[in-house]
Design a protein around this ligand. Structure first.
Ligand code: UDP
Ligand code: MG
Length: 319
């Protein structure tokens, strides 16, 4: 299939990593929604280096769904990088991004398109008004995450807006021009300042399969969010230093007082604790600095964050 001369009205970008359990359900639910829009569209699935039968199942779905396009990454690059790959290749006048596990209801895409038109917005955020289907742990950590981010990065970041959103072509072009390293889209996009609006939706339960966001990845996303958009952690290191200096000054005064009044202070434990405490804080601060140095380093190298193995729309032999 050659790329269509006229860009479609809508591109739906779907990152997928080992989603064999959910593909059938997803296609079944997404397709009627898009067919009913009465507009041209493409569905761009970014297969993020899946190791299960996802590629084969996608290939099978593509046989009777002409609008389905598959972009396969060579190796697992992570949710954000997979989304970036999709945004880079999407051709639509509007681009929606949605998870494959049906936690984001596809029907909401229609509501987003309508909201964009009615309220002349370039970006429509999907905001979860009900997270009862998420685990207690996920809800609490998400709450802390959004509060921290809004405080440190800015209140223009909508709370409880994940990566389910609709963007205009202008917005997507602007995102694509930004550096790709450690990009956290939910923070980058509000910072662009395009007129935006929100559509609320109910976060559903994962339709099948298991989460691809284990704790380690949640922590990674949080660290990227904090260090990528704020130098507050570096300032925190300064405050630690100042606090430590103040405590030391106090201790010095006490020790000096004891010395001049000829009282020796017993002190093995206290010395040990101070040394260990100071060492820990120093390592922490070094770690914080290391995060920023690491970011500079990867940014400077400018290595791509993902590698595309193939794009079904360019693959004439397969078409
Ligand atoms: N995903 C991906 N690459 C990854 C991890 C996740 O493309 O390395 C996709 C995944 O297939 C899904 C979306 O990102 O479509 C969100 O992942 P998931 O539903 O597992 O996260 P959760 O909803 O549990 O936070
Ligand atoms: Mg999910």
């Amino acid at each position: 299939m050659n790329p269509p001369a006229v860009p479609p009205h809508l591109s739906v970008v779907v990152p997928m990593f080992d989603e064999e359990a959910v593909i059938g359900l997803f296609v079944e639910r997404l397709r009627p929604v898009l067919d009913d829009l009465g507009e041209t569209y493409e569905v761009l699935v970014v297969d993020d280096g899946s190791r299960d039968t996802t590629p084969a199942l996608l290939e099978k779905s593509r046989r009777d769904w002409e609008q389905l396009r598959i972009v396969r990454l060579r190796a697992n690059a992570g949710h954000q990088a997979a989304l970036s790959a999709g945004l880079m290749r999407a051709r639509g006048q509007w681009v929606a991004t949605i998870d494959a596990d049906l936690q984001d209801p596809p029907e909401t895409i229609a509501a987003m398109l309508a909201a964009a038109q009615e309220r002349s917005a370039d970006v429509v955020y999907g905001v979860r008004n009900d997270r009862t289907t998420d685990s207690m742990f996920k809800r609490h950590t998400a709450n802390v995450y959004y509060r921290l981010i809004r405080r440190l990065v800015g209140h223009h970041v909508p709370a409880d807006a994940g990566d389910f959103r609709l963007m205009s072509r202008a917005t997507v072009d602007a995102v694509n021009r930004l550096p790709a390293q450690n990009r956290v889209l939910r923070l980058v996009i509000p910072a662009l300042g395009f007129p935006s609006t929100q559509v609320e939706y109910r976060r559903e339960e994962r339709a099948a399969g298991t989460t691809k966001y284990p704790l380690a990845r949640m922590i990674r996303l949080s660290v990227d969010s904090l260090t990528g958009f704020s130098i507050a952690p570096l300032r925190l290191a300064t405050w630690f230093g100042l606090g430590g200096a103040a405590v030391t000054a106090l201790l010095f005064a006490v020790a000096f007082g004891a010395f001049v009044t000829d009282h020796t202070l017993p002190g093995w434990t206290s010395t040990f604790l101070v040394v260990a405490g100071v060492g820990a804080v120093q390592l922490l601060c070094l770690g914080i600095m290391g995060e920023y140095v690491g970011r500079l380093y990867t940014q400077l190298q400018g290595r791509p964050t993902y590698h595309v193995a193939y794009d079904s729309s360019e693959d004439v032999l397969q078409g």
